[in-house]
Design a protein. Structure first.
Ligand SMILES: [Mg+2]
Lengths: 277, 321
């Protein structure tokens, strides 16, 4: 299944995904709001424009694989999966509750369709994406691998082991995206552990580097389309995003990294979303 | 599974890692989904023949074990059956978090194949002689833990884990050791093998200690003691039925392994017996110590993992009945 949604349709969907994220987090009472909102546009583009997938057949052999490395943004993954049709939208309200398939961080052994991997402990998803891409290469498959990373996550050493191996094996069927919001739990990435010069780091590891505005739907699509044309090397997209994007009052405020809104705050945030939309 | 051997003899000395290497090569020929990864120890792991014959299904990971384990998890997402190879310490402790999340919790069909386990690694010393790996792996939900006793059994185990769907830790060693299991004994994951029936004491051994348990059984027979010797090649899932039946008959047990006393086979058996059939247990294992340099034989004697230690433990546990 691959739908060519119009930009207006995508805009509506990303608005819906953001609303789902806010509502499910308010219902859960805990979770990571900032990063989930910041990735809403990217996830919308992936699930409704880029990925070749079939929600009716989550294990379809020729599907594109999305590997989410940063498990804490599970709410935006769940909202996208539900909106794409992997499971009922009402199930989003079970997030983080006892017996739910929607674990606080994605848990592969809880039976949620559409999940490729358990995640939460950072720095592993790029390696998994590399392995997945290799398996596609072995069989000369045309399906592709998309991985999603945080910028703070790049401080994990294993990311760079994986980066080295992706270039070594010339994995041009792999596109990794870095959620470059410049913040992490303890503050600004440049103060916690500076990542710059980030593009140069990836380049020196043998990757093709693209930049995009992670909230401009057209720009995100363009980046993924460009990545498709790159041969013999993996591509990384450094997507400039804002934590909490869409809700003005919390945008770029890292204290919202690991917080959920109260029901009252959620109503207010959704009003802000509507005003911005 | 029962296999009562009338006479035990060492036909040859062979290393368990070569059993792994031979089986891997054959698996490569039989199943195109079998892929192998190694972290710069291809010769040591005996993966070189596979690498040569199947260059497009062999992935050199370099000295980056964390990446190797998660790459293996990824390979399963494309339907492959990956076998990772490195030393036991780099296969477990170094990459515990990758195994926990990307393999075990993600229910990935990864076979973690670990050589040079235990004291018998020898001269390289304690940095490489991991004695905690069984414990680290067996506490992980979804994980199967296998420690075969000789070349033939390691080979058979390698075939068996390829057939089984799910994460597996396969532990083997470096030096040439007695190869005594007949090569036609089928390997069933989780099914212990009774090597000698007896009624006075149950000796449960795993890995390189199985042959020593067989020797101890013969020594005890000379003293008129009828020991039952059981090869526990699978530590998890444990063959509770065979163990309970045996101890019900003998009333006491000895466990023997090349591992720390904390977290190993002895732990698992003691826990089972405490819950279901309390009986005296003596444990042959390394007693909360790191190893040291030396040749494998010397080390096994120094750390109390030799045949006479098992004999003494049997006599002691019988007295406690
Ligand atoms: Mg960040």
């Amino acid at each position: 299944m691959k739908i060519n949604n119009s930009i207006q349709q995508l805009r509506d969907l990303s608005f819906q995904v953001r609303k789902d994220v806010i509502r499910s987090l308010a219902e859960a009472g805990s979770g990571h709001l900032g990063g989930s909102l910041g990735l809403a546009d990217i996830f919308t583009v992936l699930y409704f424009n880029i990925l070749n997938h079939d929600p009716q057949r989550p294990d379809w052999k020729d599907r594109d694989r999305l590997i989410l490395s940063i498990g804490h943004v599970a709410p935006v993954l769940y909202a996208s999966l539900a909106r794409a049709g992997y499971f009922p939208i009402e199930e989003l309200q079970t997030l983080r509750k006892l017996g739910s398939r929607l674990q606080g961080h994605p848990g592969k052994d809880h039976g949620l369709p559409g999940l490729e991997l358990s995640a939460g402990s950072l720095g592993q998803g790029l390696s998994v994406a590399v392995g997945t891409a290799i398996s596609g290469k072995i069989d000369n498959k045309t399906w592709r691998v998309y991985s999603i990373h945080g910028d703070g996550e790049l401080q994990e050493g294993s990311i760079w082991e994986a980066a080295m191996s992706a270039a070594h094996y010339k994995l041009d069927n792999l596109v990794s995206l870095v959620d470059r919001n410049n913040v992490q739990i303890d503050g600004n990435t440049k103060d916690v552990m500076n990542l710059e010069p980030l593009a140069d780091k990836w380049k020196s590891f043998g990757w093709h580097v693209l930049n995009c505005d992670g909230h401009d739907l057209k720009d995100i699509i363009l980046a993924y389309e460009q990545a498709r044309k790159i041969k013999e090397k993996p591509t990384v997209i450094l997507a400039k995003t804002h934590m909490g994007k869409g809700v003005r009052s919390i945008e770029d405020n890292h204290t919202w990294h690991g917080k959920a809104p109260s029901v009252k705050q959620a109503d207010k945030f959704i009003k802000e979303l509507e005003q911005n939309g | 599974m029962e296999l009562v051997m009338k006479a035990f003899s060492i036909r040859e000395y062979k290393d368990t890692r070569s059993g792994f290497g031979e089986a891997l090569l054959e698996l490569g020929r039989e199943n195109k989904n079998v892929v192998a990864l190694c972290a710069d120890l291809t010769g040591s792991l005996k993966m070189d023949k596979f690498a040569m014959e199947f260059p497009d299904r062999f992935y050199q990971a370099g000295i980056a074990e964390a990446n190797m384990i998660s790459v293996a998890a990824g390979l399963t997402i494309g339907g492959k059956i990956p076998f990772t190879g490195t030393f036991a310490n780099f296969s477990t402790g170094r990459v515990y978090d990758q195994i926990r999340q990307s393999v075990a919790y993600s229910q990935k069909n990864v076979k973690i194949c670990a050589s040079h386990a235990g004291l018998t690694l020898g001269e390289d010393g304690a940095s490489h002689q991991i004695l905690e790996d069984i414990g680290l792996m067996k506490i992980l939900p979804n994980m199967t833990v296998i420690n075969p006793c000789d070349f033939n059994q390691t080979k058979a185990a390698t075939f068996a884990i390829a057939e089984y769907y799910g994460p597996v830790y396969l532990r083997f060693g470096r030096p040439k050791m007695p190869n005594f299991m007949p090569d036609d004994v089928p390997f069933e994951i989780g099914k212990a093998i009774t090597l000698k029936e007896g009624s006075d004491v149950s000796i449960f051994a795993t890995g390189h200690l199985v042959w020593k348990a067989v020797e101890a059984g013969m020594k005890l027979a000379e003293q008129g003691i009828d020991a039952e010797v059981i090869n526990i090649h699978t530590i998890k899932p444990l063959d509770e039925e065979v163990i309970l039946k045996s101890v019900f008959k003998t009333g006491c047990a000895v466990t023997a392994e090349e591992h720390e006393i904390n977290g190993g086979l002895g732990d698992s058996i003691a826990q089972l017996l405490v819950r279901k059939l309390p009986a005296p247990v003596e444990m042959i294992a390394v007693l909360d110590k790191f190893g040291e340099s030396g040749n494998p034989g010397e080390l096994m004697i120094k750390y109390g993992l030799d045949t006479p230690n098992i004999v003494d433990a049997a006599l002691k546990t019988i007295k406690r009945k």
